[in-house]
Design a protein around this ligand. Structure first.
Ligand SMILES: [Zn+2]
Length: 169
C-alpha cells in the first residue's frame, strides 16, 4: 500500500516475474470476496484484472496484501494475497482492495505517486466502503483502518484522520 520511489521498478519487476514464471495468468475482472462482489475500472474506463495466483499473492503480500500496476503485458492489474486478506477484518481487506483500485481509477497524476496522491487513494477507498454500505458506524471505520494502521509501514494518524473527514464529507 505504500508508494515508494521504486514503485515503477517494482512494477516492471512484477511484469517480468509474470512473464517468466506464470504462463497462464489471465484471471478475472471480478472477484467474489466472501460474498462481496469486487471490481475496479480505470480512469479511462478499462476494466481492471484481478490476479490472485500464487505468484501474484507473493508479490502482493510484500505490499500489505494488495498491489496495483499498469502492466505493459496485461494492462491494469490488481494483485491480491487472498490468504492474507482472509486473515484480517473483511472491512480492512476491502480497504486494501479499494485503495489499490484508486491508484488506477483516479486520473493519472491524482491517483498515483506522492503522499498527497496516497491520501486521495485513501479517500476514494473509504468512500467506496461507505457507498457500498460496508461502513455505517465509527466502529466499522475503526475496523476498516485497523489492519493498515498496524502494519510496519503504517497509515499515520494524520492519514486516518483525513479518511475520517472523507467518510463524513
Ligand atoms: Zn497506495
Amino acid at each position: 500500500m505504500i508508494v515508494t520511489a521504486f514503485r515503477v521498478l517494482l512494477a516492471l519487476g512484477a511484469a517480468l516475474i509474470f512473464a517468466m514464471s506464470t504462463p497462464a495468468v489471465a484471471q478475472s475482472h471480478y472477484l467474489n470476496f466472501n460474498g462481496i462482489p469486487l471490481n475496479c475500472t480505470t480512469a479511462n474506463g478499462r476494466p481492471v484484472q484481478i490476479f490472485t495466483s500464487p505468484s501474484a499473492a507473493r508479490f502482493a503480500s510484500q505490499h500489505g496484501g494488495g498491489y496495483a500496476l499498469n502492466s505493459p503485458r496485461y494492462g491494469p492489474l490488481i494483485l491480491l494475497d487472498l490468504r492474507l486478506l482472509n486473515r484480517i477484518p473483511y472491512r480492512a481487506a476491502l480497504l486494501v482492495f479499494y485503495h489499490e483500485c484508486a491508484h488506477l481509477a483516479l486520473p493519472f497524476g491524482v491517483g498515483l505517486g506522492s503522499a498527497s496522491q496516497e491520501r486521495n487513494a485513501d479517500c476514494f477507498a473509504i468512500r467506496a466502503l461507505r457507498d457500498h454500505g460496508v461502513i455505517r458506524t465509527w466502529g466499522d471505520f475503526d475496523s476498516a483502518v485497523s489492519y493498515a494502521a498496524s502494519m510496519r509501514h503504517s497509515l499515520t494518524n494524520s492519514r486516518i484522520e483525513a479518511m475520517a473527514r472523507c467518510v463524513s464529507g
